[in-house]
Design a protein around this ligand. Structure first.
Ligand SMILES: N[C@@H](CCC(=O)N[C@@H](CS)C(=O)NCC(=O)O)C(=O)O
Length: 347
């Protein structure tokens, strides 16, 4: 009898413990906090660069376009079934985090590196990396320099409020190379300084160097040196502590990557909706309730892909072989092709 009671008590304790460990599943989560606010407003406030070719800039027709801009549009498409329901705010490097903290923007999608201090002290939370980059240095061809070690004593144009500024100091100090930073508050002044020979070299993310070369005809001949000076994982960011909002943005980004892996594109999505492949059906919200569990609609990714395309399509449109960038996928290829783009299971 005593033994029976003991077993029953043990079972009861185990049941209590497992309830504590595995809370009741949240089917059809109510949107709260920032997600609720954005959904009720019916428009996404997105902070972008505004001046960076390929990533976020105004085209001659007055439309905001680029890789980072399409991440904003992908989120708007998932939330509202309309990629145009976005208000874009162009932001300089020093302005961008305040805009997020003050609530002026809901999402920052602007060549921003995910770092430990931004994730903690600065008060941001990051969605998955959308572009793996690294810092580089550009020089005029006539300088005749082919590696960073030859830049001893050079003056280098760099923009403040960036990871670039700190990496530059670390990289040169660690190698005992002397240099003189020429610091600007904004990108245009920094590039202008380089064009007008106020410095010998210009440094930023390698994608930014390429964008600058493409934008300024005076720099068509400039040389981007081989060295990759840092890791710059560029990721969308939201304000810290809005976990439902961060989850929504994160799974929209993962959905773009997963859609590429499954071969679901803007062109074939109609046909793919009839697929019997359970992975495709789950991604498009035909099976299960993953969208509702996030506080979204079950077809949130079908909306995104229909309007904006998958990750590879976004990349090709702005940075790929048919764009002025002609940038090979490299680290930004899918994991299954040797890159780092990898979405956790839709399960
Ligand atoms: N990824 C780096 C650098 C980002 C950055 O702001 N780069 C500059 C140079 S390409 C830029 O976009 N400037 C544009 C501006 O401030 O208007 C970071 O997050 O700090």
């Amino acid at each position: 009898m005593v033994a029976l009671c003991f077993v029953a008590a043990l079972c009861f304790a185990a049941a209590l413990f497992s309830v504590a460990l595995y809370p009741v599943a949240l089917h059809g989560a109510e949107p709260t906090g920032k997600l609720k606010e954005v959904l009720e407003r019916g428009q996404l406030y997105c902070g972008v660069n505004g001046k960076l070719s390929g990533f976020g800039f105004m085209d001659p027709q007055g439309n905001m376009v680029g890789f980072d801009v399409d991440i904003c549009r992908a989120v708007a498409a998932a939330l509202f079934d309309d990629p145009a329901k976005v208000r874009f705010t162009p932001l300089s490097a020093p302005q961008r985090f305040t805009a997020l903290q003050s609530g002026e923007i809901d999402l920052l999608s602007r060549n921003t590196t995910w770092t430990i201090s931004r994730d903690s002290r600065v008060g941001l939370d990051f969605a998955p990396v959308v572009f793996y980059d690294g810092q580089g240095i550009m020089v005029k061809r006539e300088l005749g320099v082919s590696s960073v070690s030859e830049l001893d004593g050079a003056s280098i144009c760099v923009q403040t409020g960036t990871t670039t500024e700190k990496n530059l100091t670390d990289y040169f100090r660690n190698r005992g190379i002397a240099f003189n930073p020429v610091i600007s508050q904004d990108y245009a002044t920094s590039v202008d300084g380089f064009i007008k020979d106020r410095c010998d070299a210009f440094t930023t993310d390698r994608s930014g160097l390429l964008a600058t070369k493409i934008k300024y005809p005076e720099l068509a001949d400039a040389v981007i040196l081989e060295e990759v000076m840092s890791k710059e994982p560029l990721a969308p960011a939201v304000v810290q502590g809005e976990s439902q909002w961060r989850d929504a943005v994160s799974w929209i980004v993962f959905g773009l990557i997963q859609a590429e892996e499954l071969g679901v594109t803007r062109e074939n999505i109609q046909r793919m909706s009839g697929s019997t492949d359970l992975n495709v059906r789950r991604l498009l919200g035909i099976e299960d309730t993953f969208g509702e569990d996030l506080g979204l609609s079950n077809d949130f990714l079908a909306r995104t892909i229909r309007h904006v395309g998958n990750y590879g399509e976004i990349y090709e449109r702005h940075l790929g072989m048919d764009s002025p960038f002609k940038l090979p996928r490299g680290l930004n290829d899918l994991w299954s092709r040797g890159g780092l783009m990898y979405a956790p299971p839709f399960r």
